[in-house]
Design a protein around this ligand. Sequence first.
Ligand code: G3P
Length: 193
Amino acid sequence: MLYALVLLLAYLIGSIPSGLIVGKAFYGIDIRQHGSGNLGGTNTFRTLGKKAGITVTLADILKGTLVIFLPMIFGIDLHPLIAGVFAVLGHMFPIFAGFRGGKAVATSGGVLLGYEPLLFVLLVIVFLISLKFSKYVSLSSILAGLFAVIYSLFTGDLPLILVAAALAFFVIIRHRTNIKRIINKTEPKVKWI
Ligand code: G3P
């Protein structure tokens, strides 16, 4: 029973729609009606600027990191990465925002930060190098997701391998429209890197 409650709590924490809260509370807008329509840090950045974008990205990372500690806090032997997957599901399909959430990137990053901090640092480096050369946030997110899978294979940690693969799958699936736009050369590029 406690296991189910912890997983529910992880889903609910993941469901906290930071982008919607920041957009509505401070700017009076639903960012899902602007830019790419995504409820994430990138679209917040694009729509509301640097301060809001960074705030939402950090909040979305924090959701993932926090849930990794739930099994320990509740004293159960649930694998922390399972709680992490539920947080990412909440982020993608938030009960508090009509199940229209983000693309799994920041919250997945937060999960990996809580579980394997070195991997998170490497993911940020892969993301930034890709962003520097491609200027596509979406492509850089996908490449970081794939890097997490490759890294996990070297750890021999089966739960990490399975969850990294699941998270990369979520990231790729959620970026379907971005992938089409990259192919059509209509995906927006960032200018600030
Ligand atoms: O984190 C999501 C990012 O990879 C793409 O966001 O708004 O450009 O679709 P967006």
